[in-house]
Design a protein around this ligand. Structure first.
Ligand code: 5GP
Ligand code: ZN
Length: 154
């Protein structure tokens, strides 16, 4: 076994991962659900109070690197937490958000889903400007994605 000294580890290495530390109870977090594979805890900087993060216990950077089996386990807990915020916080609804890569807004490189409780007219904006497809463009986008998806193993 090769032990890489702390100063030689690449930045963002899983040994420095804050969510791995939460999984191992090495840093405090307000955990609302935990099983053998998944943990759910309150986001320290919530979009709305009760905002949850749901993460696999085994480190994966994002949706592309996690196994389908581990992802399925996480999604079960996302659903459970959605029910939890609706019922427990009397939310009118909730958003599920997830980010892959810096361009998308991912900050913590350990796969996680946000569950954000919503109330009618709560003022939280999840908003974007709409783009417009040119003639035939929607089909060309679809074809590229269909071809790429056909190469996928799962
Ligand atoms: P994302 O990577 O999805 O863009 O955002 C990461 C989320 O993790 C942010 O909403 C941020 O507030 C939350 N976060 C970052 N560090 C910690 C932490 O140490 N504890 C908790 N509970 N949440 C964190
Ligand atoms: Zn991690």
């Amino acid at each position: 076994m090769v032990i890489v000294p702390e100063f030689k580890r690449p930045r963002g290495h899983m040994q420095d991962c804050i969510f791995c530390k939460i999984v191992k109870h090495e840093v405090p977090a307000t955990i609302v659900y935990e099983d053998a594979d998944v943990v759910a805890f309150l986001d320290i900087m919530p979009a709305r109070k009760g905002h949850l993060l749901i993460a696999p216990k085994t480190h994966s950077k994002d949706m592309l690197s996690v196994s389908p089996e581990a992802l399925a386990k996480v999604m079960r807990v996302v659903q459970r937490c959605g029910r939890g915020v609706q019922k427990g916080l009397s939310a009118d609804g909730f958003n599920v958000l997830q980010f892959n890569g810096r361009a998308s807004g991912q900050i913590v490189d350990h796969l996680h889903f946000h569950v954000i409780p919503r109330a009618h007219n709560d003022g939280l904006r999840i908003d974007w400007e709409h783009e417009i497809y040119g003639p035939g463009e929607i089909k060309r986008f679809a074809e590229k994605i269909i071809t790429a998806c056909a190469d996928e193993k799962t």
